[in-house]
Structure formats: C-alpha cells, structure tokens
Design a protein around this ligand. Sequence first.
Ligand code: FES
Length: 125
Amino acid sequence: MIQGVPQPAFYIFKCQQSAPPGMPKPSCVSQNDPESQQLFQHLAQSLMMKGIIGTVQPIQTGCLNRCQQGPVMLVEPGHTMYVGLTKEKIDRIVDEHIIGGNVVQEYVIPEEMWGEPVTPASMAK
Ligand code: FES
C-alpha cells in the first residue's frame, strides 16, 4: 500500500486584522492590548509544544467579520467560531477541542451572531 501525505486534522484560522491606532473600529489585534498581539504566536507555540503542529495548521487571516466579538478564530472542520480569546482560552481550546474532541461551548460565538449559512446555490445568479 502506498503511504500518502496525510491531510491536516484541523485548520485554525486566527484573525490577525489590526486597526490603525486611534481608529474606533474594533479589531482582533489591538495596539492597546498587548495580549491580543501575542495570541497567534501563543497558539502556534502551544501546538508545537504539544507535538501536534502539522496535523493542526494555524493560519493567519484577515477580518472574519465578527470584529465586535474579537479576538476571534475559526476552527475547521466544524465551522466553530471562538470569540473573546485570551491565551488561557486558547490553551483550553487546544486541550479540550483539538486534542480532546469536545468543543468548548462557553467560548463559542453566541448563536444569534452565527446563524445558519445561506447556501451559495440559493444566491448564485
Ligand atoms: S478584525 Fe477580526 S473579525 Fe474583524
């Protein structure tokens, strides 16, 4: 049997959008909040330290359109949007969701902010 290259088990999309200083618009990486600037690195480091980087791929993205709930990150597969992140919350998400297989419900975006998706088929022209 040919052994292929395994696909990742998870992609974690961390919003790295930052607004310029003085901008009223909220953003996931803020000049006024040093912890918000360290979250991606913290995520990548903890995946590395646990030996699961590679099968779990952290990806830096631009705005995911939930800025008011920031800092946010999206876990795929599962379409799980985590909000209000801190280092501590990221640690729990890695341990309980990524390794343990249980979504950390208390950090998931409120349902009214994350309604059912509109299918592209119903919108396509
Ligand atoms: S800036 Fe992160 S969701 Fe918009």
